[in-house]
Structure formats: C-alpha cells, structure tokens
Ligand binder design. Sequence first.
Ligand SMILES: Cc1cc2nc3c(=O)[nH]c(=O)nc-3n(C[C@H](O)[C@H](O)[C@H](O)COP(=O)(O)OP(=O)(O)OC[C@H]3O[C@@H](n4cnc5c(N)ncnc54)[C@H](O)[C@@H]3O)c2cc1C
Length: 512
Amino acid sequence: MQTEGRHVVVVGAGPGGLASAMLLRAAGARVTVVERSDRVGGRTASFTQDGFTFDYGPTFYLYPQVLREIFAACGRSLDAEVDLRRLDPMYRLQFDDGNTFDATPDIERLTAEAARISPADAPNVRRYLTENTAKFDAFRPILQRPFLGMRDLVRMDMMRALPLFRPWLTVDQDLKRWFRHPDLRLAFSFQSKYLGMSPFKCPSLFTIVAHVEYGFGVYHPIGGCNAIPRAMARVLDDMGVDIRLNEGAERIEFEGRRAKAVRTAHGTIEADAVVVNGDFASTIRKLIPDRLRRRWTDSRIDAKKYSCSTFMLYLGIEGVLKDLSHHTIYLSKDYLENIREIDAGLAPKEPTFYVQNAGVTDPTLAPEGHSTLYVLVPTGNLSGEEDWETLAPLYREKILDRLSRLSGHDIRPRIRTERMLTPADWEAQMGIFRGATFNLAHNLGQMLHRRPRNRFEDVDGVYLTGGGTHPGSGLPTIFESARIASKLAARDIGLDWPDGFIPDLDVREAAE
Ligand SMILES: Cc1cc2nc3c(=O)[nH]c(=O)nc-3n(C[C@H](O)[C@H](O)[C@H](O)COP(=O)(O)OP(=O)(O)OC[C@H]3O[C@@H](n4cnc5c(N)ncnc54)[C@H](O)[C@@H]3O)c2cc1C
C-alpha cells in the first residue's frame, strides 16, 4: 500500500487528541490537529488570573508510564519535558469529625494510619494491597486493547482475570471483604469519584484505581497538570505537526460511509483518517449526521447514563497555608446522602469536596507569599433540576463556610482573585454534554465493548479517543485510548507502527 503522504486530521487538542497526534506522526503520517478553542489541553487546560495559575481540571497525575512510552515512541523523554514530583503523603482525607487519614505509599505508615481508624482492620491493609496488585496486573492488558465486539469479552486473558473481577460486587462491597470500618472503606474507595462514580455503584473492577495510586504514585507536574499538554504541543511542533487553534471542526465529510475530509470555518481538510477527541456525546452528533449513525444515534446518546458534574472555585489567596496538604478531601458526615443527591442531579447540601493547595509543592503557581486554592465539589450533572444561575452565588458561600470551618483558615478576607465554574458553565463554555465532566458513566453496561469504540463502528475512517471512549476517563486511561485508536488508524491506512507500543496481536485480531 502506498503510505507516503497519508494524512490524519485530529479533532480536538485535549490529552487524547495530542497523544494520538504524536503517535500517528511517529508512525509516519502527516497530521493536522484542529482545536476549537484558543489553547491546548481541553479540560486539562489552565488559566492565569492576576498572577495566579490554575488548572481547570486534572490535578492528580497518576501512572505516568503510559505517557512516558508515548514520548519514547517519538524519541523524547517525558521526564525531560515535564518536572514530575511524586507526592508523599499522596493526599489527606479529613472526616467530618476532624479525624484524618494520610494516604502514603509507605505500607508501614499506611498500616499505622489505618490502625488509628480501626485497629482490627489494619492487618488487612497489606493483604488487600497484595490482592489489588494481582487484580491490576490481570486487567492491565485487557484495558490496553480494543474492545470491538462480543468476541473480545471471551478471550483468554479476560477469562483468566474473571475470578478477580467479581462483576456482581461494587467497589464498596468488595472492600467489605477486608475492612469493617466504613471510614477505611471510604479511604480506599473514594477514588471512584475520579470516574465520576459512587463506590456504592461503581463495579468492583475499579478498586484497581487505588492500586494505581499506592503502587505507582500520585504525581504533581510543576506548573500544574497543564504542563503535560503544553509539553505534548511542543513535541508536536518539533515533529512538524500543524496545530490549528481557534479552528473548530464543523462536520466530517463522507463518501458513502467513508470519512474523506474535515470541514472547518476556514475550509476543507482532506483526510485518510479522522481521530475525534472532543467530548463524545456532544461532538459526534455535531460532526456525523444522525442518519449515518446506526448504533450511536442521537436518541441512544441521550438515553445513556452520564457521570457527575463539578462545581469549581479557583481562589488566589493571600498568605502561605503551610498546614494545608497538597491534596485534601473533606468527606461529609453522610456520604451516602451526598451520593443520592448527586445521582438525582442535585447540588449536595452538605457536600464532600476536594481542595488542592499546590503551593506547598510548587512555587510557580502563585506570587510570592500567596497561594492558589482549587476547590472541586462533585455535584449532579444537568439532568437534574438545579438552576445554577440562581444557586451558584449561594453555593459559593456554603463552600467557603465549610472550607473555612474544616481547614481552620478564615478564607474570605484573604481572597485576592477568584473564578467560579458551575455544571452549566462546563456545558456552555467547554461543550461538555450535560456538564458531565467525566463523560459517560463507567457502569458495566457502558464499558468495554459497550462504550464508544476506538474504531468508531458506525462509519469508516473515524477513530475515537478521550474520556468518553474505551477504556474510560482519567489521564492514563485516556492516553491508553489514544494508543489504541492510533494503532487501529495506523494499521487501517497502512502505516508502519513502531514496535512495543502495545502488543501487535491485539490490533491484528481487531482488524480481522
Ligand atoms: C474538574 C475535572 C477534574 C479532573 N481531574 C482529573 C485528575 O485529577 N486526574 C485525571 O487523570 N483526570 C482528571 N479529569 C479527567 C480527564 O483527565 C480530563 O477531563 C481530560 O482533559 C479529558 O481529556 P480528553 O482527551 O477526553 O479531552 P478533553 O480534555 O475533553 O479535550 C477535548 C478537546 O476537544 C476540543 N473540541 C471539541 N469539539 C471540537 C470541535 N468540533 N473541533 C475542534 N476541537 C473540538 C475541545 O475544545 C477540547 O480542547 C478531570 C476532569 C475534570 C473536568
């Protein structure tokens, strides 16, 4: 096959789009990235206001291995491009009664932390981590390959992993096998919030997220998580990839069912393959007409379940808050009620929330003698009845009251600059369907072959990457989706794929 001059258009410069562009360029394609906004990073973008720099979205960077391999495939080093700091403690959980739990990867200290909460459960910490390591090792290859049909569900690696999977259990139920104290179960399960899910509903498979933290670390990139997409854009620039900001894709043009070009306000860009990275639920219906979509019709997309949303406060604060951890999660007294409210599309009355005080690790984010505080409150998405325009200022007061009480700092008089983002803003400003910041929910009915597939099955020549696709939301998982989508695209258009990205067998089988 003649591959010289193969051209791939990537729609969206979020983490998944940038990673796909890197890999496809490394495999020999000409690549053009079109991005609707004026910056790279998508939800992993940042903004600077009055000298304070804030990440919009991600603040926990887990499992850098995947991106390290992507950089290596391009002849670059992630660690040379981004200054990654491993945190210990990784984060602090603070319960409503003031008790705290510092999550550390040091097992002796972790066991001592667990013993402060429940001496009877503490010996199980090591056993639980050991089992969870085995579970992660069994599932990693499964999450690294495409799920293009039922056949992929019955492959040998899936069968071997099944006994560890326990699909009939939720994360919380699985943890009951180890921990009787509910606070300890919460300490090892609140991570399902990273997927926008509740531990009482999230499939037990996702206890592996805790393993990713304890086994591989929680990292802070100096400059914030946005340092990652910025580094990727630099590498792409060096590789000769054209990143066009302020140029949104309006539609994909087809000949029959085959994608042939991407139409933007500035013209038509011919493409041998199109990789779509924009929010799946909102972007795909804009780019591909409903009549061409057999499976993912508008009505089917509407009927899916979506993750929670978030209410955000970004605060530039006078003073250095030395006693406030880099990451603190304040857990409300009635966590179950919180989840019930979020599932009903509401803003919790006594919310659990998360605060990042990155200044304790990173002096680059605030002027000297000042701090940036990033406050994230999980809320219902826009499927509920909340009127965010009315609620937002009142909710701000509630959160500032709670933050001041629980952190022991009177925050209000110290605010020098601030910005607020509501679920309605995530939809209006960032194009996120229903403001569901973590995309389609990660329940069993919407995972693996039932999630939007990386080779989009409704048409030819379109590939999907990003949190709304297989394997799911979260940066390492999204980079995995980019590897799978790029490899499928590369194979389909006849590019050479450098060795060692993911096992060749996977894509050979997927292409049959
Ligand atoms: C508040 C919040 C906190 C999070 N915290 C974490 C965390 O701590 N750790 C973690 O690992 N993950 C976290 N995530 C989840 C996830 O890692 C990020 O959301 C990530 O940025 C998603 O990447 P993506 O590849 O799906 O693309 P997105 O970030 O959604 O980017 C998609 C891009 O496509 C562009 N686009 C859309 N439509 C078009 C079009 N028609 N034409 C051109 N461009 C288009 C958009 O402008 C955007 O730039 C968080 C998310 C949020 C919102």
